[in-house]
Design a protein around this ligand. Structure first.
Ligand code: SF4
Ligand code: SF4
Length: 462
């Protein structure tokens, strides 16, 4: 399947091997009360015991209530709703099978399926084209299509192939349940890397009996994992008719955990995460209990005092404090960037190359020079736009970031919108390749926020 725009995959060192190291459950877990932008309220008081799968916290959302299920049995130590984390003393890593009522995919009703997904912490694994976020849970939103994506191009997340090697049966079970959530004649569109990939071939063989499943190979090019990019490509090749069809998307770990929850009654307890990037000593995958502090397993992989760490990949990752952060329900990778001693500016979101500031300081990979020296160093001054066109060359939604930048700089927000400001999917590629080190994506986010504020003010004054 052809992707709509150009996109681009940075070539950086530190790719995790396929080896998976099991990390034992630590005595103390930290569960974040903010998940995918939704704030959860603790349901337990400090000192109370909790069983595996029982709700630690919940959130009231459009159409119902969703829960954060406990990954292990244990005791709550700190459940102050003012805090961003809930601390949990873990008893053991016992089996979670049968915690929820196991369902049979051919008999489960949509209500039963949605109910268990909400209580079992898996509803937020879906993205919806109708809400541009989590789908509405009360059954009023029925997708015609569900995209199941096994391809992640951003360096470096848990690889779909590694996830599937460990959980093939759960993945198949997960796919079997999707018709329970879809429209009667709905389709599941499965995204894989390439036809000759052994996992893709196995997928073709095993899913060929499911008349409602179609498989699409795509080039491994960031940001293929963005559901908006996949949706556009599927609409363009005719797989999804109409522009207003409701489409949901879910990724590899999501479909595997969904299958485990619905077919065996096991709530999500572990995540497969990578430690990768140029700063990781031994880049590989780890199977980790949700809530495990990073310092339990990551500090041996990379000394914290010499590293900047991004939660998620290089391009969309947010900086985290290695001594404070813990693995959460949706995490699937940590990217390690070495700090350099003689750095001029530290900027986590503006990764540069460990070389002096001469064109193409940042654009090396875009013109096919591998870079193995990526660090947090900015190395050199931020300069005005030199109209090189690199940002436009890589933009996956085919807008001209340099033009939008100029409109924002001249305080012309309406012109910026006309040039595609609201089409931008925040992939960060333009910022990454810009040799003048202009933080284009951050400017676009701020400009959109300002436009929304002004529109709301205009409505309230009217
Ligand atoms: S952040 Fe927006 S403008 Fe920049 S490359 Fe991505 S989609 Fe294009
Ligand atoms: S914004 Fe940066 S990448 Fe884009 S044209 Fe200007 S200098 Fe080149």
């Amino acid at each position: 399947m052809k992707l709509p725009g150009l996109g681009f995959t940075p070539w950086v060192s530190g790719r995790p091997s396929r080896e998976v190291q099991e990390v034992p459950v630590p005595p103390l877990l930290r569960v974040r009360l903010l998940r995918k932008g939704i704030q959860y309220t603790p349901l337990l008081k400090s000192g109370q015991s909790v069983g595996v799968g029982e709700p630690l916290a919940h959130a009231v959302v459009d159409g119902g209530t969703i829960a954060l299920p406990s990954p292990v049995p244990g005791r709550v130590l700190d459940a102050n709703p003012e805090n961003s984390y809930l601390s949990l003393e873990a008893d053991s890593d016992g089996s979670a099978a049968g915690v929820f009522e196991p369902l049979k995919s051919q008999y489960a009703t949509p209500d039963q399926t949605r109910n268990i997904l909400a209580r079992g912490g898996m509803w937020p694994a879906f993205w919806s084209s109708a809400t541009r976020g989590m789908p509405v849970i009360d059954g009023s939103e029925i997708p015609k299509t569900v995209i199941v994506n096994f391809v992640i191009a951003e360096p470096f997340h848990a690889r779909g192939r590694v996830v599937l090697t460990h959980s093939w049966e759960n993945m198949i079970e997960g796919i079997r349940f999707l018709p329970r959530l879809m429209d009667d004649y709905g389709k599941v569109e499965v995204i894989v890397t390439a036809v000759r990939d052994p996992v893709a071939l196995k997928m073709y063989r095993e899913l060929s009996g499911f008349a409602w499943v179609r498989i699409h190979p795509v080039p491994l090019r960031y940001p293929v994992e963005d559901p908006r990019i996949l949706l556009k490509a599927l609409r363009k090749n005719g797989s999804i008719p109409g522009s207003d069809t409701v489409v949901w998307a879910i990724d590899a770990q999501g479909i595997v955990q969904l299958g485990d929850l619905l077919s065996k009654g096991s709530p999500p307890a572990r995540r497969l995460v990578t430690l990768g990037g140029p700063g990781a000593k031994d880049p590989k995958h780890y199977s980790v209990c949700i809530g495990t502090p990073l310092k339990e397993f990551a500090v041996t992989a990379a000394p914290p005092e010499k590293q900047a760490v991004l939660n998620s990949g290089l391009l969309k990752g947010e900086p985290v404090d290695l001594t404070e952060a813990a693995v959460q329900y949706d995490d699937d990778g940590y990217f390690f960037l070495p700090e350099v001693v003689n750095r001029q500016v530290i900027s986590f979101l503006r990764p540069g190359f460990n070389r002096t500031s001469a064109f193409p300081a940042f654009a090396g990979p875009a013109i096919h020079h591998a870079d193995s020296h990526i660090t947090v160093s900015l190395r050199g001054e931020v300069r005005p736009c030199i109209s090189c066109g690199m940002c436009e060359k890589v933009c996956p939604v085919r807008i001209m970031p340099q033009v939008i930048h100029r409109y924002i700089y001249r305080d012309m927000p309406e012109e910026a919108v006309k040039a595609g400001l609201e089409i931008c999917i925040d992939c960060n590629l333009c910022t990454f390749v810009c040799p003048s080190k202009i933080e284009l994506q951050r400017q676009f986010v701020e400009a959109r926020e300002q436009i929304i504020t002004e529109r709301l003010e205009a409505v309230s004054e009217a």
